[in-house]
Design a protein around this ligand. Structure first.
Ligand SMILES: Cc1cc2nc3c(=O)[nH]c(=O)nc-3n(C[C@H](O)[C@H](O)[C@H](O)COP(=O)(O)OP(=O)(O)OC[C@H]3O[C@@H](n4cnc5c(N)ncnc54)[C@H](O)[C@@H]3O)c2cc1C
Length: 309
């Protein structure tokens, strides 16, 4: 790696070389990143992106690593872990709703819990989703009938520290587990912060709703390491049902397994490799296509060497 690039990176943050991505993904899978830096603030995030762009080094923004499968060969270039987590005090709007600005490295579930405990409603559905707000925008994260689009007003996006644009939620093409960030127009842009619109409600009622959702999630989801739903549901059938129908419940390749508890989860039973997970993904796609003529589309993003995108 170019020494001038590394020297400038080190002025912006602590940098580790050949950092195993398996330490930074909920799957516990992934080879080394050439360089790995942690941004503790928005300014640091922008500075790191500026250095990478200036030196034309590819960079990858990592939130909580809860929706990615990183290849066994790792990631070339720079991985920037985004821990910018400032949340501003709510501002009351003319119609009585409350506007909360939070930086993109803020934990989605943490914020959902914190807001509901103070009587702010609108994000309870997210109390069990283990990602950052940045990752949540990219996929329009959602659960139990709610999704980010329901309470997102706008985002601030950076091209460079000198060029930050505010985009209304309506400009982000938020849809089922996707957005203009995944489908092209905004690909490669860095989300800095989100403005959320919430409303006041009784904290006791909100606490009861959070407890109910926690119980439902615990009953439905596996305990082993995973990256959430592996495939998007098709308009015709939920992905778990299709996988179940083709007889893959519990099917294992290496240490990767289609969860016996929930067939739309692939779990890491110990030392699974990305290639094992990828082989299970391909097998499920093949069998479902053969039997139902439907193509299962991965919900997780495949990142790094050995994968196309
Ligand atoms: C146990 C479990 C349960 C889950 N349940 C749900 C669920 O109910 N509903 C749901 O929708 N999802 C669920 N997920 C998936 C995941 O938590 C969400 O998709 C989450 O929003 C991903 O956020 P992240 O910060 O972990 O993103 P990462 O996995 O770190 O990154 C994902 C993508 O987003 C990009 N990205 C992240 N931050 C930024 C940023 N600031 N700017 C630009 N790009 C960025 C990354 O570059 C990458 O391409 C679950 C995952 C797990 C492990």
């Amino acid at each position: 790696m170019d020494s001038q690039f590394l020297a400038e990176l080190r002025q912006a943050a602590t940098v580790r070389l050949s950092e195993p991505m398996s330490d930074h993904t909920t799957f516990g899978i992934g080879g080394p990143a050439d360089a790995y830096a942690i941004a503790e603030s928005e300014e640091q995030l922008q500075a790191l992106v500026d250095v990478a762009r200036f030196h034309a080094v590819p960079f990858f923004i990592l939130g909580s690593g809860s929706n990615i499968l990183v290849g066994d060969g790792g990631v070339r270039g720079l991985v920037i872990e985004n821990r910018s987590g400032r949340v501003d005090e709510p501002i009351r709007q003319g119609n009585g709703s409350l506007l909360v600005r939070a930086q993109s490295g803020t934990s989605l579930a943490g914020l959902a819990r914190r807001l509901s405990s103070t009587g702010l409603a609108g994000l309870e559905w997210a109390c069990g989703i283990p990602g950052s707000l940045g990752g949540a925008v990219i996929y329009n994260a959602g659960a139990y009938g709610g999704c980010l689009a329901d309470c997102l007003r706008s985002v601030r996006v950076a091209n460079s520290s000198a060029e930050v644009t505010e985009l209304a939620a309506s400009e982000l093409a938020l849809g089922y587990r996707g957005s203009a960030f995944t489908r092209g127009v905004l690909q490669g842009k860095v989300v800095l912060s989100l403005d959320l619109i919430l409303h006041q409600d009784a904290s006791q009622a909100l606490a009861a709703r959070v407890a109910e959702l926690d119980a439902r999630r615990q009953a439905a989801q596996p305990r082993e390491r995973n990256a959430g739903s592996i495939f998007k549901n098709t308009p015709e059938h939920p992905a778990w049902w299709l996988i179940e129908q083709v007889g893959l419940r519990g099917h294992r390749i290496g240490d990767a397994q289609i969860s016996p508890k929930h067939t739309n989860f692939i779990v890491n039973c110990g030392h699974a490799r990305a290639s094992d997970v990828k082989a299970l993904i391909a097998l499920a796609q093949e069998r479902v296509e053969e039997r139902f003529g439907l193509r299962l589309e991965p919900e997780v993003t495949l990142v790094g060497e050995g994968f196309d995108g």
